[in-house]
Design a protein around this ligand. Structure first.
Ligand code: AMP
Length: 350
């Protein structure tokens, strides 16, 4: 397993430029570009996946180091993670302060369509700062600057109207609901949420839960929402709020799926302490690998969701090994597939 040195995003962008080339715009262009890629065959048959959430300028302090103003945000992590499995259409907004290099990093991922990325020159980009504690299992938010999130939701391009798989990554629940209203015929809509929105937009969150099929949420946030510490009982309570299934993420302890058809458990990827450099975005990347697999396979069965959780877990394992998106930027689908094989062997029950 690789442990790469943490470098500046400039050096990463340069490295990626050399390895993959630039230039992702519309879906047609994506198809042409990705025909050169080994992973293309599986991707071309898959249904489009659409995500909205935050594109963030992140500052992260961890016992392993510190990075300032790197590309982050729920939408960015999700899209990068899902792009290994399927085409991803991104709907989001950034301000005039958004670094050009962040766009280059996003563009370096094959299969991310940026037609729905709105640039608002007079606005400010969402910015977030977080600090991890010594054991890396808990973090505190240092600051959250909402910026464009306080404005109108981003527009949905006409070309995105046939999207069937929708992921509402972490952002204001009103923005999540507005986005979903454009896709009444969707096959699957799943949402994430977190402490800030549970605190300041609880009613909107409850309205959202009535309209979606699945929720992916942290254990602490599931408890915050339900007042129930046990993740399975908390998930059952969330199912009463509307969705058909809930995945509770438990960090280094894996994840649990609670569904109308049963309960499934997924261990975390067995990473030792040297492999955990920065857990930021692990949850969003888990969701990206999960939804990417489903959009590619079209398998909405209970077993399909279980397999999707394994892909989500393996995808997230690359993110935690570096700051920002570096871990994913340097991985290939083959790397993910090899890690899945190792994970299957490590998690074998009988
Ligand atoms: P995770 O570690 O999976 O919880 O995701 C962390 C990412 O979420 C960071 O890149 C942040 O920019 C972004 N983020 C932090 N707070 C929020 C929030 N309240 N809403 C949406 N995204 C957020």
């Amino acid at each position: 397993m690789r442990q790469r040195a943490v470098g500046s995003w400039e050096s990463v962008a340069l490295l990626i430029e050399v390895r993959r080339g630039f230039g992702v715009a519309g879906d047609a262009e994506l198809r042409a570009q990705s025909s050169k890629q080994a992973k293309t065959a599986a991707i071309l048959g898959s249904m489009p996946l659409l995500v909205t959430g935050t594109i963030g300028i992140d500052t992260v302090h961890a016992p392993t180091g510190k990075v300032e103003r790197v590309l982050g945000g729920s939408c960015a992590y999700f899209a990068a993670a899902a792009s290994f499995q399927t085409r991803v259409r991104l709907v989001g907004a950034v301000g005039g302060d958004w670094p050009a290099e962040h766009r280059k990093v996003l563009r370096s991922f094959d299969n991310i369509c940026l037609e729905g990325l709105e640039e608002r020159p007079k606005s400010r980009t969402f910015a977030w700062g977080g600090k991890y504690h010594e054991n890396m299992n808990s973090r505190e938010t240092l600051f959250t600057e909402l910026g464009v999130l306080e404005e109108a939701p981003p527009a949905v391009p006409e070309a995105y109207r046939d999207s069937e798989y929708i992921f509402l990554a972490n952002t204001h629940p009103e923005v999540q609901m507005e986005l979903l209203s454009h896709f009444p015929e969707h096959k699957l809509a799943v949402a994430d949420s977190m402490d800030l929105w549970i605190n300041i937009a609880h009613d909107e969150l409850m309205q959202l839960f009535k309209k979606i099929d699945g929720v992916v949420i942290n254990d602490s946030e599931a408890e915050q929402l339900t007042d129930i510490a046990n993740p399975i009982s908390a998930a059952r309570k969330i199912i009463e709020m509307g969705p058909m299934f809930v995945i509770v993420k438990k960090g280094e302890h894996g994840a649990i799926l609670v569904h109308d058809d049963g309960v499934a458990t997924m261990p975390a990827y067995p990473a030792d302490h040297q492999q955990v450099v920065d857990p930021t975005g692990a949850g969003d990347s888990f969701a990206g690998g999960f939804m990417g697999y489903i959009a590619n396979s079209g398998d909405l069965s209970f077993h399909g969701l279980q397999t999707a959780m394994a892909w989500g877990t393996v995808t997230a394992s690359f993110v935690i090994e570096s700051f920002g998106l570096d871990g994913l930027a340097n991985a290939t689908k083959e790397d993910l597939a090899n890690r899945l094989k190792f994970f299957q062997a490590a998690a074998r029950v009988a």
